[in-house]
Design a protein around this ligand. Sequence first.
Ligand SMILES: Cc1cc2nc3c(=O)[nH]c(=O)nc-3n(C[C@H](O)[C@H](O)[C@H](O)COP(=O)(O)OP(=O)(O)OC[C@H]3O[C@@H](n4cnc5c(N)ncnc54)[C@H](O)[C@@H]3O)c2cc1C
Length: 407
Amino acid sequence: MDDAFVIVGASLAGAKAAEALRAEGHAGPVVLIGEEGERPYERPPLSKDYLLGRAGREKIFVHPADWYREHDVDLRLSTTVTAVDPAARTVALAGGERLGFARLLLATGSSPRRIPVPGGDAEHVLYLRRVEDSDRLRAAFRPGARVVIVGAGWIGLEAAAAARAADCEVTVLEAAELPLLRVLGREVAQVFADLHRAHGVDLRFGVQVAEIRPDAVLLGDGTAVPADAVVVGVGISPDTGLAEAAGLAVDNGVRTDEHLRTSHPDVFAAGDVANAFHPLYGRPIRVEHWANALNQPAVAARSMLGLDAVYDRVPYFFTDQYDLGMEYTGYAEPGGYDRVVFRGDVAGREFIAFWLAADGRVLAGMNVNVWDVVDPIRALCRSGRPVDAGRLADPAVPLTDLADGVS
Ligand SMILES: Cc1cc2nc3c(=O)[nH]c(=O)nc-3n(C[C@H](O)[C@H](O)[C@H](O)COP(=O)(O)OP(=O)(O)OC[C@H]3O[C@@H](n4cnc5c(N)ncnc54)[C@H](O)[C@@H]3O)c2cc1C
């Protein structure tokens, strides 16, 4: 099967790539290989509705079970790719089988970082990436259980909200001074701190975890925080092992150009694992979010087929915690913006925050419990033109007017 299009990683990016190849009319063999036992599913519900018990397992899948057979996609689950040989155009599977490929897509995603302290890898320490992890959290979130969450990033905070919904006593431990400080900056990070405190979470900032014991988390200052369950959410690392061993360019993910082609012409990458050159920003960026894994594969598939395609979407992600829903559009790096401008009611958690560059360009916007504004925010981010901060802050000025003015 040397004419096969092989996709390594059967999650959102891999499944969407298979879909896009067929949608583009590709008639040759498509092989989708994943080490998990479930067919491709989406991860956002694992820390939200699925974890909360509001959505069943049938809601999480990317495609119905029959879809793969109906579209002649050779889906190989519980199968690990152990090596890629770009020169020979083969992949090796655990068990010894080798598959030839004409084009290869790496959609291997990422894995939770382990916490490097004694007990960090113990059986009772919970990490959240796969559906079975979510099942374990749900079982541990019993009313009255003392749940300690290490890390106040998106996963940690969403897990905290789910644990509070299950009537657990929740403590969040974070080394920084605020949750999400690196991602959002001080002004907006405070909103999330206030939100969780208002819902009864014991937030402890500036603390170091020294050890995880079966019944407590030990802090650097000797304090023991009693725990019936410990959830660790301290970030993720892209799964670049195959690419590195294959000699592909790897730097904070698998490096690709704007067509999602790696340093080898027959090998492509998409989703969490890809550090792709972004024409809008003039450099590679790696995005660890759902919308990226949803949309990059269409571009990767076209590129694999030799068609022209460039990935230049403005990054986007979302979260839901308690009664707060938010969408973030754009890209503002830690320390890479000048100021934050708010429009709306911050204390009432119904507002839009804009991150501005020193020259007044909008780098990113985040709408909190305000809806149907992503299009104008995206237009503002894409335009690269300065916007008057006073008008941006004024809810009487329609965002579409501002976006029309700049786009
Ligand atoms: C709990 C949770 C909640 C999230 N919530 C949000 C959210 O609210 N908003 C948002 O924007 N994003 C969210 N995300 C992020 C989003 O889910 C990811 O960006 C997305 O899953 C990335 O998809 P992917 O296909 O690139 O990689 P992954 O989903 O990581 O999938 C990669 C797949 O490749 C497989 N694989 C890896 N190596 C091999 C190999 N050698 N052989 C075979 N298979 C292999 C893995 O087993 C895995 O199944 C969340 C993530 C998690 C875990």
